[in-house]
Design a protein around this ligand. Structure first.
Ligand code: MLT
Length: 407
């Protein structure tokens, strides 16, 4: 008799975005004639940048020729890509991150879900509320929480992010060990100032805590005063890991490429207090459980840093940010309180009703899919998230239909 990992039984029945998909499928079956516009999951719709496609093709051609063919690549990722990331994403912004501290992967979701394996079962985990569900669910699976009760898991520390603190949580009142932060935030679209981020780094230094900083949406920051990386804050290299993705930046959701920065200076501790470099552990984990991202995909990602690639990526971001501005403007005009959409592709909207009721209303009356805020946590109840990832035409059409609902 194989016993189950009972932690899985504590999980809510389905992952938020799977639940939304199920509801869309049911709606489609019962209303085959209706058009549906998806502004729910943050999945990109524009084609890959031309520079990435050219590099992808060239690398595929290399793979088809014995002289240039490559088998297994380095588990940590090819140096050509790690070097470019270190220079363009970090050193150019004053953050001293070396190529050896970068680990290429097939997704930020996988990295953010996997990294918790390196920590003891009894570490105290703090997550913002509302929160990207992967931080929570993966810790529940690992046994770091109690049961689900009153719309939250016992044992996890939820850090309220509401309009009262501009969706930037206050420092915890009790000591926590592992802290998840995400800015620009998913789902609220809020950003964090350099000063506030410094407070978090100082908290982590004083409390021997570790911050998992999810910067998947940094490319959408327009305000140059905002930090794009936690490593722009002095001292962060001792207390933080950062996760980034090419998914939203360069349209790689279906191509799969991301990376995690684990600084050499970042330590975790044994029960007796001996320091262990997190970098060594993550390398050990990746070399055992992961065989790297395919060569053509890494070449395609490298092209993001070429002159044409940078220009094309900027155009992509501007394209979606045009949608974000429009969504925020129109919802504000309809009398809804909105956050985000200025430095982020998500707009967080006070729904003036229960989140799932708003979801159903929008789907049934306008054929538009949003994401119910309650799916991101207790503080998300009464809100919905609208994503800017769609064509200008579809966003215009969706907003038109939505304004008819609230006329
Ligand atoms: C979202 O919609 O929150 C994201 O697409 C989820 C993800 O990146 O996994």
């Amino acid at each position: 008799m194989i016993r189950v990992n009972e932690n899985y039984l504590k999980l809510q029945s389905s992952y938020l975005f799977s639940e939304i998909s199920k509801r869309i499928t049911a709606f489609r079956e019962s209303h085959p004639e209706r058009e549906i516009i998806k502004l729910g999951i943050g999945d990109v719709t524009c084609a890959l940048p031309a520079a990435c496609v050219a590099a992808f093709h060239a690398a595929a051609t290399e793979m088809g020729d014995e002289r240039t063919f490559r088998g297994y690549g380095p588990e940590q990722g090819y140096e050509f890509l790690r070097e470019k990331i270190a220079v363009h994403d970090y050193k150019e912004r004053g953050a001293e991150i070396e190529a050896g501290e970068i680990f290429i992967s097939d997704g930020a979701k996988c990295d953010v879900g996997n990294i918790q394996e390196l920590f003891a079962e009894d570490v105290i985990v703090a997550v913002p509320d509302p929160v990207y569900p992967v931080y929570v669910d993966t810790n529940v699976m690992a046994g770091r929480s109690g049961d689900w009760q009153d719309a939250s898991y016992r044992g996890l520390v939820y850090l309220k992010s509401t309009e009262h603190n501009n969706y930037v949580p206050e420092l915890p009142e009790t000591k926590v060990d592992l802290i998840y932060l995400c800015f620009p935030n998913n789902p609220t679209g809020a950003t964090i100032s350099r000063e506030k981020l410094r407070e978090w780094v100082t908290y982590a230094q004083k409390n021997n805590a570790l911050i998992i900083y999810d910067a998947a949406y940094e490319a959408f920051i327009k305000d140059e005063t905002l930090p794009r990386s936690i490593f722009e804050i002095q001292g962060a290299k001792e207390v933080a890991v950062e996760i980034r993705s090419f998914s939203k930046t360069a349209g790689f959701t279906g191509t799969r490429c991301a990376y995690t920065v684990v600084p050499e200076a970042c330590n975790v501790y044994t029960r007796s207090g001996t320091a262990v470099p997190l970098h060594t552990l993550w390398l050990r984990r990746q070399t055992t459980k992961f065989n790297g991202v395919s060569y053509p995909v890494q070449r395609a990602a490298e092209a993001v840093f070429s002159a044409e690639g940078k220009k094309q990526v900027k155009d992509l971001i501007d394209y979606y940010m045009h949608n974000a501005g429009l969504i925020r403007k129109r919802f504000s005009e309809m009398g809804f309180l909105c956050t985000g959409g200025d430095n982020s592709p998500y707009i967080w909207i006070q729904a003036k009703m229960a989140s799932w009721d708003f979801f159903n209303l929008l789907l049934e009356k306008a054929g538009v899919v949003c994401t119910p805020g309650s799916g991101f946590g207790k503080c998300g109840e009464g809100y919905v998230r609208i994503s800017a990832f769609n064509s200008h035409e579809n966003v215009e059409k969706a907003l038109h239909k939505i304004s008819d609902v609230f006329r």
